[in-house]
Design a protein around this ligand. Structure first.
Ligand code: PHE
Length: 463
């Protein structure tokens, strides 16, 4: 029974084709993971949450929660070979449990749509900074001038609405063409190039004279700055940056060839992703302190610090342009993966072509995106719960939906799927398998729920 099930799962084919190699898969998941989360979001959430202690919690979350959840997603995706909704229904069935697990996939599809609605707006900012950089706008500009430029830019809904539209259109085009063509090539070049640019910037920030301050801010933990809300934000960031908790990696896992090692692929991606985030912090914070800026400035932080740095470098116009092109690419490859679960679902469920599905879902996301476009200008005073519409979408998806999806995915892989099925996908029951299983069954679900309950104040303090 078990072995015939395994054989059946082994023969299953994805309806959308497969990655051409292990490398292609690793690159695609890295392309999904490395994005605005690393370079735009990571520095500003670290800044808002007080630095070192936040970074430590974030790193711990990546290692003990992020890794096992990522492995769980990939193995579920590869076993089901469908979109996340159908995969969870199918596997639930196959394991003799409920098909209702499909709702977890459904939450992921919805999460992807909501996240992309604001991700695309920031992706649009990045695109427009390609033009700003190329036109030499930042050369020799002061911190005040650059802050004014940014404020003027995000204060104008028509401009950022326009770039949001361009960004969404680009995303729709790639998703419509299918994930293999284009994406692999883009990522193969983009990730190393981005890394190279970050190293150049690092050189500049080391020479700013404030590197020690930046380093201390990022790595000297001041635990008095840590609240449960901050811990929740660190955990949410770990999910967001690794692209886990919403089925993006599960959808990509569905196209993964049988032989590839899920463990080593996950470790490679997590390492690349974390390194780029840390590097971004090391570039940004010295510049923040050197220029008397506020680390807690928020979502616009990198759109000030980096132009400032480039503006003072020789050849800065060129480097800035290259940098924002690369960042746009990074955002683009992540945006594609945010759309993939919803598009795969529409294709399979409603028998549409990829192009039709991509346009339908893309239009929906584009419309929702105007909630975020307007959050920085016309509706900036319209505040409830966590703040503007953007603040609410951000908190709801990143700090609530992703970790919640993560618990359910870990519980599914750890408890609902039997040992044989998961061992089959993870290549045996050796030490790594045992470690994964303990993390997926106990550490990740309990850890996530604990932080959640603490953050909403449902668990009393012991002291
Ligand atoms: N990981 C991406 C980033 O860091 C964002 C993302 C989240 C992509 C969830 C897919 C799924 O920018």
């Amino acid at each position: 029974m078990q072995s015939s099930q395994a054989a059946e799962a082994g023969k299953r084919k994805s309806l959308h084709g497969h990655w051409s190699s292990r490398m292609a898969f690793v690159l695609a998941v890295t392309g999904s993971a490395v994005g605005l989360g690393n370079i735009w979001k990571f520095p500003y959430v670290v800044g808002q949450n007080g630095g070192g202690a936040f970074v430590l919690v974030y790193l711990a979350c990546v290692a003990i929660i992020g890794m096992p959840v990522m492995m769980s997603e990939i193995l579920m995706g590869r076993r089901g070979r469908r979109n996340p909704i159908a995969t969870m229904a199918l596997l639930g069935d196959e394991e003799g449990r409920s098909r209702n697990w499909k709702w977890v996939g459904g939450m992921g599809v919805l999460g992807g749509i909501l996240i992309l609605s604001f991700y695309s707006v920031i992706g649009g900012w990045t695109l427009s900074y390609v033009i700003n950089s190329a036109s030499g706008l930042f050369s020799d500009a002061t911190a005040t001038e650059i802050t004014d430029i940014r404020n003027g830019f995000i204060g104008d809904w028509k401009t950022i609405g326009f770039f949001h539209t361009v960004f969404m259109a680009l995303t729709i085009v790639v998703v419509a063409r299918g994930v293999e063509r284009g994406l692999e090539q883009a990522v193969r070049f983009m990730v190393p190039a981005l890394l190279f640019m970050m190293v150049i910037l690092l050189g500049y920030s080391i020479s700013s004279g404030y590197f020690a301050e930046g380093l201390a801010f990022m790595f000297a933990p001041d635990f008095s700055k840590l609240t449960w809300d901050t811990v929740l934000a660190a955990m949410g960031q770990a999910f967001f940056t690794l692209s886990i908790g919403m089925g993006a990696v599960m959808a990509y896992g569905a196209y993964l060839p049988e032989e590839t090692s899920i463990t080593s692929a996950s470790a490679t991606v997590a390492l690349a992703d974390t390194s780029i985030a840390i590097l971004a912090g090391l570039v940004i914070f010295p510049l923040v302190f050197a220029n008397g800026l506020d680390p807690a400035d928020g979502p616009g932080l990198v759109f000030i610090t980096l132009p400032l740095a480039f503006g003072q470098m020789s050849g800065g116009t060129f480097f800035a342009t290259v940098f924002f092109v690369l960042l746009s690419f990074a955002a683009w490859t992540s945006a594609i993966s945010l759309m993939e679960p919803a598009v795969a679902w529409v294709v399979e469920r409603f028998n549409r072509t990829r192009a039709q599905a991509a346009v339908m879902i893309g239009l929906l996301i584009w419309v929702v995106g105007f909630g975020t476009v307007l959050s920085f200008n016309e509706l900036s005073e319209f505040r409830f719960w966590r703040g503007t519409i953007f603040d609410n979408l951000d908190h709801l998806t990143i700090n609530i939906m992703l970790p919640l999806g993560g618990v359910l995915i870990a519980v599914f892989a750890g408890w609902v799927m039997c040992r044989n099925s998961t061992a089959d996908e993870l290549g045996g029951t050796g030490a790594i398998y045992k470690l994964w299983r303990v993390l997926a069954r106990y550490v990740a679900p309990i850890g996530i729920l604990f932080v959640f309950l603490k953050a909403v104040g449902l668990l009393p303090d012991l002291s």
